[in-house]
Design a protein around this ligand. Structure first.
Ligand SMILES: [Zn+2]
Length: 110
């Protein structure tokens, strides 16, 4: 494990670049779907948001840095949404998963 990560949110879900199946409920996951990826005994395991109990969270796409910052501050649960970039050959953050009420609070303030 490297220590170069300075982000506060260590938790992440992935925007799938290939389709697959949820390890928990066998639901088909398409390219672009969000899933949690864990290292299992037989390699990587995909877990849909429902099985990860994250389906109550709302997707907030990157684009408005101010809204993202405020919403992640308001939300007690924050997951980064990471997507593999063919261009950069690394994962980049394309959004965050936050509690719906956090987005509401941001809306009220703006
Ligand atoms: Zn599932």
């Amino acid at each position: 494990m490297s220590k170069q990560q300075t982000t506060t949110s260590k938790q992440a879900v992935y925007c799938l670049s290939t389709s697959g199946r949820c390890f928990g409920c066998d639901q088909k996951l398409a390219t672009g779907d969000l899933a949690k990826i864990t290292e299992g005994q037989n390699g990587k395991e995909l877990h849909c948001l429902k099985c990860s109990q994250l389906d109550c969270l709302t997707v907030l796409r990157s684009g408005n840095a101010k809204v993202t910052r405020l919403a992640t501050k308001q939300s007690s649960t924050v997951y980064a949404i990471l997507q593999w970039s063919e261009l950069w050959k690394c994962y980049e953050r394309v959004g965050v998963l936050v509690e719906p009420q956090a987005i509401k609070q941001v809306d009220n303030k703006s």
